[in-house]
Design a protein around this ligand. Structure first.
Ligand SMILES: Nc1ncnc2c1ncn2[C@@H]1O[C@H](COP(=O)(O)OP(=O)(O)OP(=O)(O)O)[C@@H](O)[C@H]1O
Ligand SMILES: [Mg+2]
Length: 249
């Protein structure tokens, strides 16, 4: 692979969200948010705590229905579709609070998703291949409950991959990792987009990782999209700086 990540050519539009709104009582958690992502493209989704990032993922992956707005995926309208339909269509996601099936092994955790597309024996092989891909080969038969935080995060990634997604929605998968673990994860995420052609939207508070990975950054604040563009430009945007640092006025 040549060139820097920002030079990588994004492919065809895969997912488009238009004017999404989601209210919780009087709170508008997601407020008229639109965004698009193409195959091989990495979009960084950033914003202060409570900005609505996870809620937006919950809408895109079928966990939450929007009050208004629409989502299209692979040219089809999937607004309000269930988690199962979204997974079958190829929307893979990780959860901010990792929730492996602790009594199952790493292998079995990943097999659950692989069974969506394969019979048992093939799912077993496919799951093992994915576990190795995320660097967890030696932990294959370990119970998920015995894993370190770093390994749990990787298992979460393997579970997202297990449904053979076209898009990966990654919710803070670098949180709590040390510098070398973060670097390994950065390489892995880049390979999913640039070698496998997956579209990636990553929610991330680690701006170094976002700057080095993202082709495009979308910033949410109080549910609204306040900026979108190349990482270098977005982090210098006064509205973004104010959202992160708090404004005096
Ligand atoms: N199920 C829910 N019921 C009520 N309020 C909710 C629910 N889910 C989220 N919220 C509220 O919606 C707002 C957005 O939350 P969300 O988790 O989407 O933010 P976030 O940007 O992911 O934050 P963080 O960076 O802390 O993970 C917050 O004010 C949150 O308290
Ligand atoms: Mg969140």
């Amino acid at each position: 692979m040549t060139g820097t990540p920002t030079q990588a050519a994004a492919g065809k539009e895969l997912m488009r969200a238009s004017g999404l709104v989601r209210r919780f009582g009087g709170l508008v958690a997601v407020n008229e948010v639109s965004l698009s992502v193409a195959t091989s493209e990495i979009v960084g989704l950033i914003g202060p705590n409570g900005a609505g990032k996870t809620s937006l993922f919950n809408i895109l992956s079928g966990q939450l229905k929007p009050d208004s707005g629409s989502v299209s995926f692979s040219g089809k309208d999937i607004t309000g579709a269930s988690v199962t339909i979204c997974a079958r269509a190829g929307i893979g996601r990780t959860f901010q609070i990792v929730k492996p099936l602790t009594s199952l092994t790493v292998h079995e955790n990943v097999m659950v998703g692989a069974l969506l597309h394969h019979p048992l024996a093939a799912a077993r092989d496919k799951a093992a291949e994915i576990v190795r891909r995320v660097g967890m080969g030696p932990l294959l038969e370990r119970p998920a409950g015995s894993l370190t935080l770093e390994s749990r995060k990787r298992l979460e990634l393997a579970r997202a991959l297990s449904i053979e997604p076209k898009i990966l929605l990654l919710d803070e998968i670098l949180a709590g990792l040390n510098a070398s673990e973060i670097n390994e994860s950065i390489h892995l995420i880049r390979s999913f987009a640039h070698e496998d052609g997956l579209a990636v939207i990553m929610i991330e508070h680690n701006l170094h990782a976002v700057m080095s990975l993202a082709d495009k950054v979308v910033v949410l604040d109080y549910g609204r999209k306040i900026a979108e563009g190349k990482p270098e430009a977005v982090v210098r945007d006064p509205a973004v700086v104010a959202a992160y640092l708090g404004s005096d006025d």
